[in-house]
Ligand binder design. Sequence first.
Ligand code: FAD
Ligand code: SF4
Ligand code: SF4
Length: 484
Amino acid sequence: MASRMLKFTSINPTMPQKRAAEARRSDFQEIYGDYAQTVAEDQAARCSQCGVPFCQQGCPLSNNIPDWLKLAAEDRMEEAYQVSSATNNMPEICGRICPQDRLCEGICTVEQSGHGTVTIGAMERYITDNAWEQGYVTPIKPPREREQSAGIIGAGPGGLAAAEQLRRKGYQVTVYDRYDRGGGLLVYGIPGFKLEKHIVERRIKRLEESGVRFEFNASIGETHKLSDLRDEHDTLLIATGVYKARDLMVPGAGCEGVHKALDFLTTSNRKGLGDDVPEFENGTLDAKGRKVVVIGGGDTAMDCVRTAIRQGATSVSCLYRRDRANMPGSQREVANAEEEGVVFEWLASPEALIDDDGGKLKAVRAARMKLGAPDPSGRQSPEKTGETFDIEADMVIKALGFDPEDLPHLFNEPALTVNRWGAIKVDFATLETSLPGVFAAGDIVRGASLVVWAIKDGRDAAESMHKRMKQMARTASAAPVAAE
Ligand code: FAD
Ligand code: SF4
Ligand code: SF4
């Protein structure tokens, strides 16, 4: 039988159909449809099955991409799911929200040869969505139960991936989170049009059905002491993410109508989940009828502009101090935002926020920038041109990035070592912190990063926690029995 693969010269890359921008603008539903089975098989068959798969090197999880593409092209979907889920705890989530253009797809050989990338992310999503539909995704049944327990602080992707890996080995796992739901930024940060909430909820439910315990509204450092958790569990993982918003340091930054990105997004997500949110109901964090300016050029800024459009803002602009090619956010997301009506002001940096003399925001004054000499990292630094311009605004959303909270202080553990940005210092071979038996993973180690990296860290930390607990069990069983 002729090979199904290497069809990249005869079949064009096709993404699942995207809903029309006009329809997208009024709801928070996923913007991409699903592949039809025949289309998915054809797209998988475009892969050239490289001997040295660069895509795999571009994927932080080293996913076995060529193998699951080949299985999908041959309609061996359950096997494709088994291979895909062997290295990734949430393939359908990464398939939706990884910036593939900067990871696996950006360096796909077929992309590099000018034929257009193999649609790896869309295929990864298809394989696992299909697996859920077909019932291949089932609760974990560990081969044996172990008495030892692991405590995980943070139910974001890092904590959830670690919980799954440890439960697979039979450990008793408790996940603590200060929110009232699991998922971390997957639920309260990232909007539904990129990742619908039921996709995350079914992952949490599966973990619960697998025997993982969740304690919500459990804020370590406030409702629970870290020291108590250390006594209670054999190992601990800190996967608390980064939540301290960087501030805007310009005159007028304190005027009425200026908000933090995560407050805006969390409010919108809570509203979508059916929660009562007074800040939305009273209009403070609702962009409806407002002239919105979002400041920043990362994923968070892209999510804010697109959320503001959906809430019914009259105008939405995004200010970013570098140009389009040098922005940190995904190019695909910029294109989606433009289609939906967002205006981008590239090479523009806020210089002042202007109020109406009563303290209410009325405009943003921006400095026009140009790209100057490269900094030590090789990135061109933005410089002022001397020109300024004003944009009318009655709502400004600051999306300037996040820093870690002061965890040694919050946890009352001065021996927990952090770096100069406040991120937890770990031994990179084991992800163990300066506190023995306490590990750390995800954004709290890396600074604001990506879901796929949090999953990778969670998996690696779980492996180290397993090694440590095995060692502890061995030592305990070798200890001489005390005379009665
Ligand atoms: P988080 O997801 O932040 O989870 C940490 C959890 O710890 C939270 O549930 C929190 O409540 C809990 N917690 C914190 N402190 C405590 C405490 N003291 N006690 C108990 N619980 C605590 N990445 C992508 O790959 N693609 C994207 O498209 C993308 N879009 C993004 C959009 C936005 C708006 C933001 C803010 C980020 C986005 N990211 C994206 C980044 C991604 O969400 C993060 O890198 C990822 O969620 C980090 O995972 P984590 O598990 O380390 O932390
Ligand atoms: Fe690509 Fe992300 Fe999937 Fe890896 S996890 S294959 S980077 S979409
Ligand atoms: Fe297939 Fe592209 Fe990976 Fe090569 S680099 S194995 S063509 S997906």
